[in-house]
Design a protein around this ligand. Structure first.
Ligand SMILES: [Zn+2]
Length: 281
């Protein structure tokens, strides 16, 4: 669990963990500065254990992220870190909605063509991305899985994931729930940070300060220089929109508030999943 070179020895002097809510949250989900693990990680099971678990769990969760620039103060792994920690929270809290969820490793590579002008961004083509997600679902179907949850933490993945949901349902009889995490959090994020909580801004900086504080380059965090989104066309590349690569003002980050938003949002997602399943979907 020490494969991250940035946060091996800096967690002890982390200044963000004084709030009681945040401390509680961290002790439940995992240790700050580390990759989270849950008892329901398919990755940690033997094939015998997996065989039983896949047949008895209610659904399998595939967290989806990206390898993509997140301005000059955050690492390329932001969406993947979000997918990892937020899926761990979802799986750990699933029992409150009377669900048992298994968790796959994060699918880190995403569709990020619009960020390619920034070094380090890696993208799959939309077709490759869709096909890879379908292949993952089809593999699970071989083992008797009939319900998959895509917990998505990167906006660029939306369209290819929607197409994958269609194929998994029609071709493999796998009911696939597509959960864009921020869709369930956006009202709370707007209340906390205003309209401008987008890419690498207030919200995502708060998430990384909460889970992996040593990865935030505090001295580089500054209000982002942006121009307004076009209203009648679309931008081609993200450097058309922003100088540094982000939106909003990362200096407004508030990890304690974010911890509360994560707990409430996880509850909302589980409630909706429970309702859809009870309604026969
Ligand atoms: Zn992001």
């Amino acid at each position: 669990m020490t494969d991250d070179t940035h946060d091996t020895d800096e967690t002890a002097d982390d200044t963000h963990d004084t709030d009681e809510t945040t401390d509680d949250f961290r002790s439940r989900v995992g240790t700050v500065g580390q990759k989270p693990e849950t008892d329901e990680d398919l990755y940690g099971m033997t094939w015998e254990e997996a065989g039983d678990a896949l047949l008895t769990a209610d659904a399998v969760v595939l967290p989806t992220g990206s390898v993509e620039q997140h301005s000059v103060h955050l690492p390329l792994s932001v969406d993947t870190i979000r997918a990892d920690h937020l899926s761990a929270e979802l799986v750990a809290a699933a029992a409150t909605a009377d669900l048992r969820l298994l968790r796959l490793p994060v699918f880190s590579y995403g569709y990020s063509e619009h960020h390619l002008q920034f070094p380090g961004t890696v993208t799959l083509s939309q077709d490759t991305y869709r096909d890879a997600v379908v292949d993952i679902g089809a593999s699970l179907a071989e083992h008797g899985v009939d319900r998959l949850i895509l917990l998505n933490c990167h906006g660029g993945n939306r369209e290819p994931l929607s197409l994958a949901v269609d194929r998994l349902g029609r071709d493999y009889d796998v009911t696939t729930h597509l959960i864009h995490w921020t869709d369930f959090a956006c009202d709370r994020l707007e209340e906390a940070f205003g309209d401008d909580w987008g890419h690498a801004g207030d919200h995502e900086t708060s998430v990384i300060e909460l889970f992996r504080p040593a990865l935030v380059r505090d001295e580089k965090a500054e209000p982002q220089d942006t121009r307004p989104f076009p209203q009648t066309t679309t931008y081609r590349y993200f450097d058309d929109l922003t100088e540094q690569g982000g939106l909003g003002d990362p200096t407004n980050a508030d990890p304690e508030l974010l911890a509360e938003i994560v707990e409430a949002t996880t509850e909302s997602i589980l409630e909706q999943l429970r309702a859809d399943i009870e309604n026969g979907w």
